[in-house]
Design a protein around this ligand. Structure first.
Ligand code: IMP
Length: 187
């Protein structure tokens, strides 16, 4: 394995290293395979943060999977939690067993909205697989069937997570220094 890139000055510390991430993603893939054994599974991810997790997760799975993507407008505090679809799914989910693959569940508003939408479209089942769960700031109680790591409130970057579009390609997950986070949430 290659050497991890140095920690950016904006970050305080690595919270999940590359090896630990890889190990946990493999475990989650095995848990999904055990749950869906033999059935077709549709993995749906919300762009853009979830794509790194999705790519590793689906390659570690042995089930017959299909992938689809959607994008939603980021939640803006004070707007009552309204989330809007900016890129819809390409395929019909009617009758499909869907796993919503999320990078991080923070307030829960995004997952809550997407879950409602998938159910309203007639998916046979919808479960959530979240790499990171940050329950401290939860507003909408959402059922998470598969969780990679439960972490605190700190703003995180790497492995798909960004701060103003940066740091997605770090192979580990790092905590951003509080003074840097100010005003910097994107999806
Ligand atoms: P929500 O607050 O649960 O709706 O989180 C929605 C989205 O906010 C996530 O899918 C991420 O894209 C983004 N987000 C939440 N927490 C973090 C973080 O710590 N780092 C980077 N993005 C985050």
């Amino acid at each position: 394995m290659s050497l991890a890139p140095p920690l950016p000055v904006e970050c305080r510390r690595v919270v999940v290293d590359e090896v630990t991430l890889g190990r946990r993603v493999t475990e989650l893939a095995a848990a999904l395979d055990a749950t869906y054994g033999g059935q077709d599974v549709r993995l749906v991810t919300v762009l853009r943060g979830g794509v790194f997790f999705l790519a590793d997760l689906c390659r570690a799975m042995r089930s017959d999977v299909r992938l689809d993507f959607m994008a939603v407008s980021p939640y803006v505090p004070g707007r009552g939690g309204a989330v809007r679809v900016t890129k819809d799914l390409d395929d019909d989910v009617t009758g499909a067993h869907v796993v919503l693959v999320e990078d991080v569940v923070d307030t829960g508003l995004t997952v809550n909205y997407v879950l409602g939408l998938l159910k309203a479209r007639g998916a046979a089942s919808v479960e959530v697989c979240a790499l990171l769960d940050k329950p401290a700031r939860r507003i909408a109680e959402v059922p998470l069937s598969f969780i990679g790591f439960e972490l605190g409130e700190a703003f995180l970057v790497g492995y798909g997570l960004d701060l103003n579009g940066r740091f997605r390609n770090l192979p580990y997950i790092a905590e951003v220094a509080e003074e840097v986070v100010f005003g910097g949430r994107t999806s």
